[in-house]
Each structure stands twice: as C-alpha cells, then as structure tokens.
Design a protein around this ligand. Sequence first.
Ligand SMILES: *Cc1c(COP(=O)(O)O)cnc(C)c1O
Length: 386
Amino acid sequence: MIAAATIDARPRAAAVTNRPLLTADLAAVAANTRDLAAHAPGAALMAVVKADGFGHGAVDVARTALAAGATRLGVTSVDEALALRAAGIAAPILSWLNPVDADFGAAVAAGIDLAVASRPHLEAVAAAGAGPARVHLHLDTGMARDGAPPAEWAQLCGAARLAEQRGQLRVDGVMGHLACADVPADRANATGRTRFAWGVEVARSSGLRPAHRHLAATAATLTDPRTHHTLVRIGAGLFGIDPSRTVRLRPALTLTAPLVGVRRVRAGTPVGYGHAWTAPAATHLGLLPLGYADGLPRAASGRAEVLVRGRRRRLVGLLSMDQAVVDLGDDAVAPGEVATLFGPGDDGEPTAAEWAAWAGTIEHEIVTGIGPRVARESVAVLRSVR
Ligand SMILES: *Cc1c(COP(=O)(O)O)cnc(C)c1O
C-alpha cells in the first residue's frame, strides 16, 4: 500500500521535449521504501543502490531511501561506496564485491563496511591498516557465486576472530543471499535458510558476535519473514520491481524522447536495416533518436510499443543503435512531440516490465541498461494514490 503523496509537478516541458530523457520519480522510491519497510517491521532496511541506483541515480536514491526509513546503504564495489561518501552521505555503507587488491585502505578510512568471503580478502582487509575494519562475513547459501563455500566457512570465521583479537577488524555482520526467492515454494529457499542459520551458529561458536544477520533481498522480504533476521537488503523493490510478483510497487523511471522527424510513406515501403518490416499500407513514420546503445533492447524489435499523443504505437523494423521508427498510422503527429517509451503506466504508456517481456529479459536489465547519452533528471511526481 502506498501512502498518500501527491505532488503534481510534471517534468519541465523544455527538458522533456528537446532530448531523450530519463526521469527518476523519487516520490515513488520513497513510497516503495516505506512499503518494503512495513513488510519487515522487525528488521532494519538496507537500500541497495548499486549500478547507479539500478539506473535511477545512486545519490538521489540513497538520500530518498534514507529519508523514508532505510538506515543503511549497500553497493557492490568500493568505488561505488566512495562516490556516495564523496557526495556527503554519512550513513553506513556496505560494499560486498571487490577484487582482493581493491583499495580497502581508502574504504576503511571512509568508514565503509566490507563484506568478506575468502581468506585472501580477509587478510587484505585486515592489512588495510586504517584502523579496525568493519566486516560482514559472506556465506554462500546456495548460489556458488560470491560468498564463502560452506567447507571454508569455519576457517574463515576462525581467521576473522583472530584478526578481531589483533584489533585489525570487527565482524559486524553475517550475510547470505538466496538464489530462488522469487519462487517462494522452491526448495532451495529452505536449504538457504538452514545453511544461513548454520553459518551464524558457526560464527558465534568461533567467538564472533555479528550484530547484523542478513539474508533477504526484495523477494524474500516480501514473501518470507523467516528470512528477515536483523536486516533486509532491498534493491529492486525500491524501484517498483517485485520479483515475487506478490505486491504492487510503484515504478519510478520514465523514459521519453522527442520525435525528430515524421514522414509519410506509401504502402510497400521497407523500413530500416534488412528491410525487416514493410509498411502494409500508407502511413506516417516517426523517428526517435535513441536505440540499443541507449538501452532499448534490440531483441524487442517487432514487438515494442511507445505512447505518442495518448495512444500506443508500434516500433517497426529492427531497432538500430541510435534510432527507432514508430508507426503513427494516419495521425500527422508533429516533429517535437514526445514519445513515452516506458513509465509507471498511468497514462497507458508501456512499463519497463513490458519492455522486459518484449525482449525476453527482466525489468532489472531494462532499468539498469539505459545508456549514458540519455539525459537524466530526478523529480517527485508520484501522482496516483493507491
Ligand atoms: C543486488 C543485491 C541485492 C538486492 O537484491 P534485490 O532483489 O534487487 O532487492 C541484495 N543482496 C545482494 C548481495 C545483491 O547483490
């Protein structure tokens, strides 16, 4: 449920009409943050703002989520964490995936918490030498990706305890991650929960006292309170993506672009590379100045639609690197009018979820994939109250 938050400011007209523009609705991020926090009332909320805040702008999203109830931030790399500090964000930040020779000294000096999943990483963090590092030990709870293999866990915990006693670090957390949380009934979730509980026990019997124990990301937070422990790590949900498809969150991103040209073509006119589409009847074709280099997946060619002048219209032919062609039919839409490629769906525009379906991928890949040529702005435009 989204609380009342009605701010009617629309993006400024000039900014919308003269270039491709990605608009992040921070009021939606705030509403989603409160919504997710309400699903895990006993746990703290870490806002995961990796990958430039899933393409929404890491600094703006971080500030918004912290103001809406998140108390910590999560990112992958030390560089992402340092960029948040450089922007003046003082909240605890956890960085969980780094090469063994990352600049852990700079991270510790900046008060960044570091997830550690191997002995070499533990040694590198312990040797960073900028005062005791705050560490979260990361156990593989069933992904065979990052996270320490269970067979190495007891040794890792023992080595971490020794480093604590030497004053090199403090183990502040234990973390795991679930592979199949978007399918709550999947047996891998029970296995992951059990393995995580075992990992916490091993840590405790090694003498560690991790205050933070965290396993759940968005899907598990929404579907399984047994995964909440002391802290939930929320990425996708902040941006209106619910991988478990059990709640309705508010999409926060809108992509628009102006028509740079409109032409009338005769029946039988082939369009774009490979002449993959031929106009079956006379029509108007509009040209949009963005393509797969800007994050429109080429795999969506032939299926994708955009909203122009209040109506859904098909993108025709193959999506190019820099251009897309929209079939406007009989409407003589003028160059300069704005197409909405995706948004929350309020006005009938496609959503990122629809783009994902057209391209055979997930929303995460759509929202994180918008390219650097697209201008960005943040606004607070949450209009509908549910
Ligand atoms: C990205 C990530 C998250 C956030 O997951 P969502 O499903 O986007 O909420 C949490 N934990 C780890 C380790 C991650 O890499």
